[in-house]
Every structure is written in C-alpha cells, then in structure tokens.
Design a protein. Structure first.
Length: 237
C-alpha cells in the first residue's frame, strides 16, 4: 500500500484501465466488469477490480494532469507490479477530420513538460514519447475485429488547461498533432522508466475547429466504443 492507494497487492490486476474521472472509473467498472470490488478510495480516486470475459481487470482513476497520473501510474507499475496500463480519456480535436465521439489511439505524445526529464527518462529532441508498440498492434487488430475505425496519430499532452497560447500555434509545435489532452506523455514516460507497457485511447469530446462539444454528463457515460476497444485489447494482453 502507498499514501495514495490502500489496495492490497493481490487486489490490483496486471492490466489496468485508467480514466481521469473517479466517477467514470466507477461507471466503467459497474457497467462492464463482473463482480467489481472497490479496492481503493483514498482521496476518492476510486479503483475497482473485477473480471471481463474471465480476465482480471482493474479500473482506476488517475485524476487530472501529468503530475496526478504520474503518481498513480508509477505506483501501479512499481509497487503493484502492473504490466500494462491503458488510459481511456477525452481530448480536444485540432483537425477537422475528427468529429465529436471519434476515437483516437495516441501512437505518440508530444509535450514540453519536464515530467519525463524529472524522473530520469531521456526524451528525444522532438519532445515525443511513444506508446508501447505491442499494445498498439493488439489495439489496431482489435479495432478491426470490432469494426471500429479509430484515428491513429500524434497527440499533444498539455500542462495548462487554460492556456494563453492559441491552439493553432500549439498545433504547429510538432507536425501532425491531431488532438490535445493532459496525461499521455507522463504515462508513456513512466512506462519507459519502469520497462512496462502503456497506451492511451481518447474520445473526442470537443473540437477547436468546429467549436462543438458534449456535456459533462454525456462524457461520463458515452465513451462506449473507446471502453469496449480498451477492454477487448486488455484481454489479449
């Protein structure tokens, strides 16, 4: 156990799905897992463990921003010996090709954050960290089997939610950025640090191009395609 997680070691599965919102973690567990058990509620950062198609799965919230997911995912990897973390979150679209509700697989995460440097992970000069290729490949094959067509691409992991920098300028920092969120870069850094595996799946909840968005209530429960893709990928890990 840690200061942030009171679950016993055996109560956390080898594969963990991580949404940002604790209430979304509860919804995922109660909707998709068989016999979900609440194993952590410290700081209301809920973690549930149950089974999905006979595979033990944990769903645990990670909060908002890189420092928060940095703490929880590192402890899962290092203390609880988790092998794979799949983040399931929301993102803002930077390109017109992405509509509200579309699923993005974050093959790469660009960031100017110092998180990776602070934990001793060497970041390439292009400030890009990659998701685990083995999980990415399984996710792509799973998407085909589910007849889903997620967008596979590079996303921006931003530190400031209320940034004063225009999104068009942020987009130009690294070529081919398609969406923005706040956590994937730190998750990928932790996976590299601990020699574990990570991938980030995102649902487009708002668009900087079309100015469309969905409400908090719909975000809470409408990301079904992403969750199914994550779970079906998880059972193949």
């Amino acid at each position: 156990m840690t200061f942030h997680n009171k679950a016993k070691l055996h109560e956390i599965a080898k594969v963990v799905l991580m949404p940002g919102d604790p209430l979304r973690a509860r919804w995922i567990a109660e909707t998709f897992l068989k016999k979900p058990k609440l194993v952590n509620d410290v700081r209301a950062m809920y973690a549930y463990t149950g089974t999905y198609k006979n595979k033990k799965i944990t769903v645990m919230a990670h909060g908002m921003g890189m420092p928060s997911i940095g703490i929880y995912s590192y402890e899962l990897y290092k203390i609880y010996d988790v092998d794979t973390i799949i983040r399931v979150g929301s993102a803002g679209a930077f390109v017109k090709e992405l509509a509200i509700g579309d699923v993005v697989i974050a093959k790469e995460a660009y960031s100017e954050s110092v998180y990776a440097k602070d934990i001793g992970v060497k970041v390439p000069c292009n400030n890009i960290l990659k998701g685990s290729i083995s999980i990415l490949n399984k996710c792509n094959l799973t998407a085909k089997a589910l007849n889903l067509k997620p967008y596979v691409g590079k996303i921006l992991s931003e530190d400031a939610f209320y940034s004063s920098i225009p999104w068009q300028k942020r987009m130009k920092l690294s070529k081919d950025i398609v969406a923005v969120e706040m956590e994937a870069f730190a998750l990928y850094a932790n996976a590299i640090k601990t020699k574990k595996r990570a991938l980030c799946l995102l649902t487009i909840s708002d668009s900087f191009v079309s100015k469309k968005s969905i409400s908090y209530e719909k975000r809470q429960t409408s990301f079904i395609n992403m969750i199914k893709l994550a779970l079906e990928t998880a059972i193949k890990v």
